[in-house]
Design a protein around this ligand. Structure first.
Ligand code: AMP
Ligand code: MG
Length: 493
């Protein structure tokens, strides 16, 4: 079912289609978003709209507002909510699905989805809405993670409404427009496997392989088994993504299989956190009592989730051995990507035994004193750039400086051994000055709750170029205030 618009809405370069809808009605329910009363703009991402080739002009502004509020379906769009299942906190959760997200369709390879756009047949006990607070967090985080070079869904806009939404307290509704090549999750495959719907399972896998993983059809390592090759490719992309999370200090917080993108992109920002003080066992989700999704558990949880995907693909892969073989490279791929990321943080393009040893020992020192993670790396980059070894900016971050002093000597010795291959500029391009810390999001949310949306825009601009200096924005690069520790982020959104 490919529909073309008689007029290009949203001033898009190409008309709407909905590739996902071509899968047929076993995969979704077609429906329109539920309108919100009196929508208004909270945030617009003009960087992304320019990348998409869209323009926000005076004459299309109101049409766009109504379309991205879910109050008017763009002409030619076939909107739908898809069905999926999944494992949540390690337990089979059964059918989930788009309970508050509605896919409008795709334009030039980008799927456009409204989140918080009303009830669907998959809403279960929920109200189909998202609150302004969590919408601002998702909007800013998507763009921050993208700017750090980590694969992720993007966010185009937030539309607010005074529609009351009940969570722990009364809040107001918002609709975030998310953009990604696909929103298909591990849980989509688990759904069709669980119900023994093998023709649909195959159809879904073929759809994803043909569109996003065409090389799996001719992969010599899994000759004749594109599904094993597909599992392997998802596993390697996921490993590389999680390695980037670990290096930058990003904790996703709710890595259920229904929140895992089949494209290895960061998806579904809920109780996420960028680490302030470096605590490897940090749990950012207040609903995660067991610490299943603690920061240092993320690589193994990703693997656990891939095993679930492997189980789901087993009817297509054929035998268990091939499925296990397809996941075999996860660990090596993760370690390779992670050491590569850490080498770059230290100023080397390539990882080596020396960069790996330096990274290991500095992580231990940071963990020991719970040193601020982003500030440490940024100061280290500047220290390296200035070559001023008397400068105590890095050392001052530690109460007991002996360990870091010895480490800085090892680091300097490694630079002296290979001065040409070391680059302080690479460090400054790898270690961001601006990170979406919880308290920064919180301050922007508080202002937005008082109808002041300027802090959201200011934060967005800085987070989109996080390696630049941005004079006048030093307050956004500082240590967290004492109250930041008391911010409790749960699954409530
Ligand atoms: P999440 O924890 O946000 O990834 O959501 C897990 C599942 O619950 C997904 O199927 C969501 O669509 C659904 N869900 C979460 N919040 C709501 C809500 N307010 N209304 C309807 N469904 C929701
Ligand atoms: Mg989710």
């Amino acid at each position: 079912m490919m529909t073309h618009s008689p007029r290009p809405p949203l001033h898009a370069p190409k008309p709407w289609s909905n590739s996902f809808a071509t899968l047929g009605e076993d995969f979704y329910v077609a429906l329109a978003p539920t309108p919100v009363p009196e929508p208004y703009w909270v945030a617009r991402n003009t960087t992304l709209s320019a990348e998409l080739g869209w323009s926000w002009s005076d004459e299309n502004e109101d049409v766009l507002l109504q379309e991205l509020a879910g109050n008017r379906t763009p002409a030619g769009a076939v909107s739908l909510a898809s069905v999926y299942s999944g494992h949540q906190f390690g337990v089979w959760a059964g059918q989930l699905g788009d309970g508050r997200a509605i896919l409008l369709g795709d334009i030039a390879g980008h799927e456009i989805q409204l989140k918080g756009s009303g009830l669907t047949p998959f809403s279960r006990m929920g109200d189909g809405r998202a609150v302004l607070r969590s919408s601002i967090r998702e909007f800013l985080a998507s763009e921050a993670v993208h700017a750090l070079g980590i694969p992720t869904s993007r966010a185009l806009s937030i539309v607010g409404s005074d529609l009351p939404v009940r969570r722990e307290t009364m809040e107001t509704a918002a609709v975030v427009t998310r953009v990604a090549p696909s929103f298909i999750r591990f849980g989509h495959f688990e759904h069709f496997c669980h119900h023994d719907l093998h023709p649909q399972l195959r159809q879904l896998a073929d759809f994803v392989i043909d569109r996003y993983y065409p090389a799996c059809r001719t992969d010599p390592r899994f000759e004749g088994n594109p599904y094993a090759s597909f599992l392997n490719a998802v596993s390697e992309r996921t490993a590389a993504m999680v390695a980037q999370w670990q290096a930058v200090g990003f904790c996703h917080g709710v890595m259920n299989t229904d929140n895992m993108s089949i494209l290895g992109q960061t998806l579904d920002y809920g109780p996420f956190q960028f680490l302030d003080a470096f605590d490897p066992g940090h749990i950012c989700n207040h609903s995660d009592h067991q610490g299943r999704y603690a920061f240092n558990k993320q690589p193994q949880v990703a693997y656990w989730n891939l095993v679930c995907l492997g189980q789901a693909l087993l009817p297509l892969i054929g035998d268990q051995e091939q499925a296990v073989a397809a996941l075999d490279s996860f660990k090596a791929c993760y370690l390779r990507s992670f050491s590569q990321q850490m080498a770059a943080k230290l100023g080397w393009e390539r990882s080596s035994e020396s960069t790996a040893a330096l990274a290991d020992s500095v992580w231990a020192l940071l963990a020991n004193e719970r040193v601020d993670y982003p500030i440490f790396w940024r100061r280290l980059s500047q220290w390296s750039k200035r070559c001023d070894f008397l400068d105590s900016q890095v050392r001052d971050l530690f109460l007991q400086p002996k360990g870091i002093e010895a480490w800085l000597q090892q680091f300097s010795a490694a630079i002296a051994l290979a001065p040409a291959s070391h680059s302080a500029d690479l460090m400054l391009r790898t270690n961001p000055k601006y990170v979406l810390r919880n308290h920064l999001g919180e301050l922007a949310i508080r202002a937005a709750n008082n109808r002041d949306y300027a802090p959201v825009s200011r934060l967005l601009a800085v987070l989109q170029t996080p390696f630049d200096e941005h004079p006048g924005c030093e307050d956004l690069a500082d240590f967290p205030p004492a109250w930041a520790g008391s911010i409790a982020i749960s699954c409530s959104s």
